[in-house]
Design a protein around this ligand. Structure first.
Ligand SMILES: [Zn+2]
Length: 190
């Protein structure tokens, strides 16, 4: 996998990092068969040999586009924070690990949006207390709801974004969240 680059997050995937966040995927990467970016979760079609991060013209972003991207940063940080806290509350070790990995993936998505919008600071979000979700089933149910909301967000607002590459990034991240829906609903019934 020499020089395999994720065009969504810009990270190079190599034999040292391909297994990162593996608990956040339905199917895992192997050294000879890479299926996802281990950093942002983008599927294989976004991993390009010698590829370069998608670029976009930030000056073309109007106020509406900037608002959409700013909200996407908040949405992903909110979800990343949820998973971080859910990983502490969860009882089952497999669920804990999955939440930890999902947290890292969502925080990476926030980073991608920050870069798109040229935002330097992390937004301040409310410090949520999720301790009332006192079973893994409830945590998974809440996780699944968040993922559905994220997919709806990307689908709805990508129509208002004009830049083709930003649309591509929204589509990639939406696919990642779609798999998270499957992942969190699968665990629920297990
Ligand atoms: Zn990536």
């Amino acid at each position: 996998m020499s020089n395999l680059v994720c065009v969504v997050c810009g990270m190079a995937v190599n034999d040292k990092n391909y297994e990162l966040n593996k608990e956040s995927f339905m199917d895992s990467n192997s050294i000879d068969d890479i299926k996802y970016c281990p950093f942002c979760g983008a599927p294989i079609e976004y991993l390009i040999q010698g590829g370069k991060e998608l670029i976009f013209d930030r000056s073309s972003l109007n106020d509406n586009a900037l608002r959409i991207i700013d909200h996407a940063v908040k949405l992903e940080i909110f979800n990343g924070d949820f998973y971080k806290k859910a990983a502490v509350i969860a009882k089952d070790s497999k669920v804990k690990k999955m939440f930890q990995a999902l947290s890292k993936i969502e925080f990476m998505h926030a980073r991608i949006h920050k870069k798109i919008g040229g935002f330097k600071e992390d937004p301040v979000i409310a410090d949520m207390d999720y301790s009332k979700y006192d079973s893994d089933e409830i945590l998974l149910e809440m996780a699944c709801k968040r993922e559905k909301h994220a997919v709806e967000y990307y689908e709805k607002y990508s129509k208002e974004i004009e830049d083709e590459n930003i649309k591509k990034i929204f589509a990639a991240l939406s696919k990642v969240e779609e798999e998270h829906i499957e992942l969190t609903s699968k665990e629920e019934t297990a």
